[in-house]
Design a protein. Structure first.
Length: 130
């Protein structure tokens, strides 16, 4: 009979290392966006502020579902469309589909770059579909 042996000291060391890494990164913005189609990214509000990562990914347009404007920088100016709608599950986003679809299509077909669509948060199950 084959059994896996678990070293409790190794588990404890691994957990301590994970906790230390988490503490080190506390307060650090991370790019939490997924490319769901070529040139179309879905993400959270923090991703919008990471201009270096957006530039690396070729994102030049932002579609925001909120009431704020991004902090553009001369190094990475952004085109932005803002849809003023509360970030709650009850919001009726269907009424914005024609307008937002046109914005996304125009940005993706202009060969100028990709589009980041974001709210304040993103659900972790978002993945790329081919």
């Amino acid at each position: 009979m084959v059994t896996d042996t678990v070293d409790p000291k190794q588990i404890e060391a691994d957990l301590e290392a994970l906790a230390a890494e988490e503490q080190k990164n506390k307060g650090v913005l991370k790019f939490k966006s997924n490319e769901i189609l070529d040139g179309l990214w879905l993400g959270d509000i923090n991703s919008m502020h990471l201009h270096h990562q957006m530039k690396k990914e070729g994102i030049t347009h932002v579609l925001s579902f909120l009431d704020t404007k991004p902090a553009n920088t001369p190094e990475h100016p952004l085109e932005q469309e803002i849809i003023a709608v509360p970030d709650v599950i009850e919001s009726d986003l269907y009424t914005f589909f024609i307008k937002t679809s046109a914005y996304i299509s125009a940005a993706r077909s202009s060969n100028s770059g990709g589009v980041l669509v974001h709210w304040y948060v993103i659900f972790p199950s978002t993945t790329r579909h081919n």
